[in-house]
Each structure stands twice: as structure tokens, then as C-alpha cells.
Design a protein around this ligand. Sequence first.
Ligand SMILES: [Zn+2]
Length: 577
Amino acid sequence: MKKLLTGILAFLFFGLITPVNSQNNTASQLDSVFHDRSEVYFTFKIADKDDIHSLTRLISIDNVKGKTVHAYANRKEFSDFLRFNMAYRILPSPGTLLSESEVNTGQQKGFRGDRTIWDFYPTYQQYVDYMVGFASSFPAICKLDTVGTSIQGRLILALKISKNVNLEEAEPQFLYTSSIHGDEITGYIMMLHLIDYLLTNYGIDPSVTQLLNTTEICINPLANPDGTYHGGNNSVYGAVRYNANGVDLNRNFPDPKVGQHPDSNPWQVETIAWMSYADNNHFTMSANFHGGSEVFNYPWDTWSKLTADDDWWQFVGHEWADTVHIYGPAGYFTDENNGITDGYAWYEVNGGRQDYMNYWHNCREVTVELSYTKLLPVNQLLSYWNYNYPSFLNYIKESHYGFSGTVTDTVTDQPVAAKVFIDGHDRDFSEVYSRSTTGFYARPIYEGSYNVTFSAPGYFTKTIKNVSVSKRTTTNLDVQLRPLTYGAQDKSERSVLVYPNPSDGHFRLILPENPINPSCSFQIINALGEVVYNSEIARFSGNSTVEVEVPGLVNGLYYLKFNSGYRIYIDKLIIKK
Ligand SMILES: [Zn+2]
């Protein structure tokens, strides 16, 4: 921090040095900056790239090129920044750079029959109508999901697109989501266009048909509707980065390095909605679209260590960028290493959705920056679609490559929820899990030969050696696990410690494993076998000691069931009031 301060005081930037040494000066500066806005977009220079590590948790860094930083801040964040006495320059908000008439063509256009041309920004109501309309026009292959509701009551919507869309099938689940930064909306229109493209080409284009027959594709075009429609529901003019509380949602997620609240803000309703949507699905792969740069930014963002699948990430990243270079103009999508970068190598981000999805949901999520210009003029939207849609389709296909299959019980043939771990390879939750509903798992991975261990509570562990994987192919690997006898299982397990016991309904638990697995849960079951209390411990604590209060329980004997995600522990609880 000392290095940062001395380094910064020494240089001039844009001929400006900001004289802010007293509290009064700072307050008046803040008043003048924030009298007409909730967030500010600004640029400054750093003396050393390492200065980013101190700054990234104080303000929302948007881009770093050499020593020039672009960032956003709300009033509190900007006041923290001013304490560094760094020269800065305030820039016009990216959501106001075009004239209103350049972005407002959607109001005149409306629906154009069954084939919409995606060269305009819809009003908020048109957007909702489109999403509802897609689901009602294609009910066999498209279903509308409400992820949640924003602070100002706008809907966060996702469409599920797949053959037999109402059935859960043994196929990879894939997610595209855009515009968590409300003023980065190229991806918003691209995703509406992609939905339209997939639905209207099903049964016509063999490649699209195959994709929908074998994948569950979820698409959320607009993750931060309050930010995008900050200027009013009729126009995206005036879009801002943050949500209606002035919080950057892409810094608000639990972070593998920093902890549950890396930005010191409570989880926003939008963040909680996303966490619950992720809990209720099993995404194999995902991408989160942004703007302000043109690059495929793969994990991690928060720390310098590489993922277990760094070679795979580089392969799919180059596949994305190289394809864009074929369809796009010279110079497009060439940031960092010709269009791809390790997130941390570009600049550190804590609390981003990408790392959250990778670490807590065993998903492969990438951040893709689609256009330098955050708010594109409407007459460029079709061009950007043409540059990118082959990559959108390729990346979905990658969720099928590597190895995949089902895990079932040798006795009953029923699906088993198992951990699929690659020995000497997996780390930081890069392993995947088979689903309890279908037994299906998918493990995208770089070409090679792997030893894969399948384990599940109540089953003998099984290792399959030398599983061979080639590029752009699927290796099928169905596995059956043999159940342990019940007696043997009981003896080997340490139980949950409850105190006091008997209890009046307010008690503490000491768990036998730290509840860090995303699928871990805690239940209280009555003597009739009914679940009377159900809680997801991991999200709310992360500690192995948990305080529980269940006031409604009548006197009697209950069972506590703790599922750590790896093993199930059962213990007795007596309620006596
Ligand atoms: Zn962004």
C-alpha cells in the first residue's frame, strides 16, 4: 500500500493532479461528482501492475491496459479511492454515449411476425413479451424459468431449450447469461438472437437439431435488468453497471480466496437468486457475457494459481477466438493473447460469478467480453451476431466432449449421486458429480489418458484406469457402484454432535466434515420419516459448528441427517420442552 501511495503521487495524468487532502475537499468533490449520478466511470494510471491487488476490492475495475485503468465506483467506493490521492479523469457513462434516437428504435419496431430481425434494443416490456412468447410458441422445446426478481421488481428470466424440455434427461446442462453489468448489453441482444436462432432452426438445421436433442441449454439474456433499464423501461439509454443499490453484482458472489462477502456488501437479491438457480441446476459449462473489451477470460480471476484444466481452457478459448477471427473483421477480438487470457493475468477480480460457479458449482464458466463499445449503435448488432454465433454454438458443443456417462447401483440399477474425481489431476473443486435423478455426469477435459475414481456415500469406491479422451469427441463411461452393507457403513461413521440433547428446539451441531460442498444439506426427520426441517448449511455458514433453531417441533424423538456431499451422517435428537 505504501508503494502504491508514493508511486502515484509522483506522476501527472492528463495534466491533472487532484488536490484532496482535507475531509472538506473530499466531501465537496463527492457532492459534485454524484449530484446527478449513482455511479461514476473514470480512468487513472497505476505505477505498478501489483497496485491492482489493493484497488480491486475498493472500486470496480473494468479494464487494465498497461498501466491505464478504467473503473467504476459508487459514492462510498469513490471516497475510498480519493484517499489514495491519485490523479484521475471522469469519463462519460458508457450508457449515455449514443443519442437516445440511436438506441431507441425498438419502440417503433415491436414484433415483426415469427422471424424477428435482432437489430434493435427492446423496451423492458418487449423483452418480457419476447421471453414469454418464445416459450408459448415452442412449448415442446422451450420453457420459461424465473430466476428471480430484481430490487425494483423487474424479472430475471431464463429460457430452457431442449428436446423434451419438461423432462430431466441424461444430458449436459449448459448456461449462457449476459449483462450482469447493466451497461454491457451486446450480449443481451446476441442471446435473444441465439434463442430465436435455436428455436426456429430446430428440425431444419441438422446441427441445431442435434444440439437441442442432446443438451439442456439455458439462456438468461439479461442478468441485471435494473442496471440496463436504469434510464426507464422504454430505453436502454442511461444503462448503468451496478444494480439499484449501487452494487456491482459481479463482485458480490462468495469468493474462493476472500470469503463469503468479498465486497463487504450483503448478498443482493439478484445474487441470491443466481445462487439458488445454480443450486437447482447442474451446469456442466457456462459463459457470462460482458462488454468493454474483446477477450475470452477464463478462470481463475481471484488468484494466480491455474485451474486443473488450464490446457482445456486454452484449447476452448483459442477455438472461440480463432472462429471469431474467421467471421469477424481484422483486429476484432484480439485483446490480451490474441483474444484469450487467464483472468488473473489480466487483472484480479474478487467476488465474480465466474469463480463462484467454478469453485462452488463444479462448473466451467468463462467470462467473454464481446465488444469494446458497451452500448453498440443498433446498426452494428447484426454484424456482431455474425462474428460470434459460430463460437456460441461451438462452445455449447464442448459440453459434450471429454468423457461422460451414468453412474448406477449394481443391485437396483438406480441412479447414484457420485463424485467423479480424476486422480492426480482434479483440484479446487474441478471434479464433477453425477445427478441423483438420472445418474448422468459430464466431464469436459483436454485430450489425454486419465484414472477416474467414482465414490458415493454407501458404496464401494471404484477407479477406472486409463480412460482415453481425444479432441472434440465423447468417450462414454458408464459405471456401476456396489452398495456397502448397512452395518459396515454405520460403524465407520463419526456422528454429528448435538448439544444440548435433549433440546427445546434450539441447539448447536458440530459437523463431522466442514460443509463446503455445494450440495450438502441438513435435515430433521420425525419418527414417521417425514422431513420437518431442511437447510442448506454450506451457503449460510461454511463453519463446522452451526446454530439451529427450530421452534415448532413437538416433544419426541427425531433423526438428524447431515449430507456432506460426500457422506451421509445420521444421529438422534430428542426434543423436550
Ligand atoms: Zn463487465
